[in-house]
Ligand binder design. Sequence first.
Ligand code: SAM
Ligand code: SF4
Length: 331
Amino acid sequence: MDAFMLIDNHNRKINYLRLAVTDRCNLRCNYCMPSEGINFSKNDKLFTIDELTRLSKIMVEMGVDKIRLTGGEPFVRKDLMVLLRQLTTLDGLQDISITTNATLIGPYIDELKELGIKNINVSLDAINRETFERITRRDQYDTVHNNLIRLITEGFNVRINFIALEHQNIQDILPILELMKHYPVSVRFLEEMPFNGGSKKFNTIAWDYKRILEHIQSEYPEIEQLESPKTSTSINYKIKGHAGTFGLIPSFTRTFCGSCNRLRISATGDVITCLYGKPKMNLRTLMRNENAEENVKKEILRAVGSRAKTGFEAQEKHTGVFDSSMTSIGG
Ligand code: SAM
Ligand code: SF4
């Protein structure tokens, strides 16, 4: 086996990289950051497109075969398509996916198609305009809905990420399933996590995956659980008569940690081996110095060599509450 293969200290193979390309965003989702935003990084603290490509290549050489671009909002980076084009040339990279709020993707849909990028996760937590605007604190409802429908009808493999937020969007859970009834999409309901820039603190959540499921079952008693890959974070179901599926992601309850196959690199180069842990190290300087490739490989191996087994174990090492925002972690 290659000495640089990414296998953690619990013998889990890591083949999935979530790479944040920026921490900036044009929305201000209230579960993600405060209304004034966070202290966004200066440009020189962000990787350049060339650095992101080189880093991705290094990771692919270490066994990564799936990269998801995230952020912040990936499409606020004007040069995102340059990166995507370069990623499509990496041998061994089988899946390039994007997580987006779908506000800015419109002009790039044709090019994405041409590049063969198929998997797009759209974050959408409301089907009602007022609810959407209250949550995102921005007036982008029509653009997002138009882009979402375009992506679906153009044949992309679309998954909608919907965070169940008490007192905010619970009333939209059943309607979004009904609205998507005839579309081949997966609507995934996520538990809220405490990464919102510290503006809201909580230790329990009212809407965990079991409660979301009960709520859905009250309207749709005929649901069937589907087989999911071992490393999947979602428990997936089919509703009789619906073209698509829905999923539950216990991101707060953390039922899936044991088979975690992912590594995160933030837009500023932090290596995050667990969402609930502190960054293990930063790659920015290493990437900018001599022998970058070898040194980055060594350091990443070191980071995955001391990985917490579960999010609960990672959390134990945290003192106090979480004050980071998903916009810098990448989700
Ligand atoms: N801006 C893009 C978007 O919203 O899709 C990509 C970055 S966003 C940080 C990635 C994912 O993290 C989104 O699906 C978002 O809903 C999720 N997210 C952000 N804050 C969260 C929180 N506090 N709990 C759970 N998920 C969160
Ligand atoms: Fe922006 Fe995504 Fe965070 Fe919403 S969830 S504020 S779209 S980074």
